[in-house]
Design a protein around this ligand. Structure first.
Ligand code: ADP
Length: 490
């Protein structure tokens, strides 16, 4: 049950509310009680003042040993109100007179219990008051509470202690009423709040539940479906939009993968069909001249080579996509690598009567994966020769500019149509499919530039088509000159 966010939210909400309500009632109770006590203390102090004024005035009119007692009787009669008890003690702690000894004027006046002045609580207060001039304190008799005030005074040269008690019964009754109201209001408030909280949590989380069941229904087959965004601006709307944009990205990558698979199988089907057809033709006749067999075998070999090439390229791209192509960097000279590649491509260039030249560059030390860079340069050279008509010219240059090597390969081909330029680095893209595939060397599958661009990027560089028009094209690979060690001995 606690696994449900709804229940947890409700419990938290209820617990916090219960805490706040209980704390609030305790604070209210405390403040109310304190102000009652303060008001009573002020009242007692004023009353004692008035009482003593009367007492002193009356003592002057009296004579004899009971002068104080008689004067006190007058003062008590004058100042006695309901719920007040007066008592005067001499220096030895012996009671001289108390209001309970003086008969009240009306029957309703004195409601204090008769044993109040004999109670333990009162005695304790009296003992404590003997040590200080003025003292406020609590006196309890049965269930009644009294606020007591004791002050010392002297009359006719003798010391006395005046004690006035004021009943707190009305205030206690009122507080009891408030407490019992709290006792049923708080549980009801908590119950209502928890029920309301539960429904609120359920209502707030309903879109999440709906979203999760919608999301649960989305799979590879209906990846185009999206979550319904009810309010774009709230947190749930944000969550739904994030989820939808994740689905967008997933959908795109799914589509890319699907296209990749479709293109790959399409590309593999052609050489496989040629292999099968050629083999069937060769086997269809009992005996054929040796030349014909050789011719068939040569076609089979060429197609097998093309197939191998495509499969290798596909494998490279798949590993690159998965981030599983480990670079094996080493220190070498880029200019030397270019010389080697130009040398390798010379045969191809000769076959097309194309001149191939490398404008000698300064030493170009680099820390990179040599075999990958070789593959990139050969791809670019291969393309340049392949897409340049007979008698053309291919030039290779390598310059060091602003901390990076700019390796450019320029040809005098017919160029790439402007509308196709943004797409030439896509996988399986061929500007002129018929021509590409019918090339005598087995043609390309449209993966060469995609792999070359990945190689440049894997070295924190980039590959760009820097120029292409009717007079030819230039591809430039920019590679950081400081990728790894800067200098190494030649
Ligand atoms: P392919 O295996 O077909 O050569 P690439 O990925 O190497 O595949 O190149 C993609 C396409 O870009 C080619 O089919 C071709 O149309 C175009 N292309 C590449 N290099 C050149 C170039 N130097 N001149 C003209 N077109 C080019």
């Amino acid at each position: 049950m606690l696994d449900s966010v709804r229940v947890r939210l409700t419990l938290w909400h209820t617990a916090v509310l219960a805490f706040v309500l209980v704390a609030l009632s305790l604070i209210t109770y405390f403040i109310f009680w304190r102000s009652t006590v303060q008001r009573t203390d002020t009242n007692l102090a004023e009353l004692s003042e008035a009482f003593l004024t009367t007492l002193h005035a009356e003592v002057k009119d009296q004579s004899g040993p009971d002068a104080l007692k008689l004067a006190a009787q007058v003062a008590i009669t004058e100042h006695r109100f309901r719920d007040h008890v007066f008592a005067i003690f001499d220096a030895a702690g012996k009671m001289v007179i108390s209001s309970q000894d003086v008969p009240p004027m009306t029957s309703a006046v004195d409601s204090a219990p008769s044993g109040l002045l004999l109670s333990h609580s009162f005695q304790r207060f009296l003992d404590a008051s003997s040590h200080s001039d003025r003292l406020f304190g609590e006196v309890k008799e049965h269930k009644y509470g009294y606020r007591g005030f004791a002050r010392h005074f002297s009359s006719e040269g003798k010391a006395y202690n005046l004690v006035i008690l004021q009943s707190l019964h009305p205030q206690e009754e009122m507080l009891e009423g408030v407490t019992s109201t709290f006792a049923w209001v708080i549980p009801i408030a908590i119950l209502l709040a928890s029920v309301g909280g539960y429904f609120l949590a359920r209502k707030s989380l309903a879109p999440v539940v709906a979203m999760s069941s919608q999301a649960g229904r989305i799979g590879a087959a209906n990846l185009h479906e999206r979550l319904v965004v009810q309010n774009e601006r709230d947190e749930l709307g944000l969550l739904a939009r994030s989820f939808n944009s994740l689905l967008d990205r997933l959908g795109e990558s799914f589509e890319r993968q699907r296209r990749f698979m479709a293109d790959a199988s399409h590309e593999l089907r052609t050489p496989v069909a040629i292999l099968r057809g050629e083999a069937e033709v060769a086997l269809s006749q009992q005996a054929r001249p040796v030349e014909e067999y050789r011719e068939s075998l040569s076609v089979l070999h060429k197609e097998a080579q093309r197939l191998t090439h495509i499969v290798e390229d596909l494998f490279t791209l798949t590993r690159a996509d998965a981030g599983q192509y480990p670079l094996q960097p080493s220190d070498f000279y880029l200019d030397e690598l270019i010389v080697e590649c130009v040398h390798s491509a010379r045969t191809l260039a000769l076959a097309k009567k194309t001149s191939l030249a490398f404008d000698d560059a300064a030493e170009a030390p680099i820390h990179a994966d040599e075999s990958l860079l070789r593959r990139m340069v050969l791809n670019l050279l291969d393309n340049a020769i392949k897409y340049t008509p007979e008698g053309g010219r291919v030039t290779v240059q390598c310059r060091c500019e602003r901390g990076e090597y700019a390796l450019s390969i320029t040809d005098t081909g017919t160029g790439i149509p402007a509308e196709l330029r943004p797409r030439i680095f896509e996988r399986f893209f061929r500007a002129d499919k018929a021509r590409s595939r019918s090339e005598s060397d087995g043609g390309g599958a449209g993966l060469g530039l995609a792999i070359s661009r990945w190689i440049a990027q894997a070295h924190q560089g980039r590959l760009e088509l820097t120029r292409s028009d009717s007079t030819g094209s230039t591809f430039t690979a920019y590679l950081p000159a400081n990728s790894g060690r800067t200098e190494f001995p030649s």
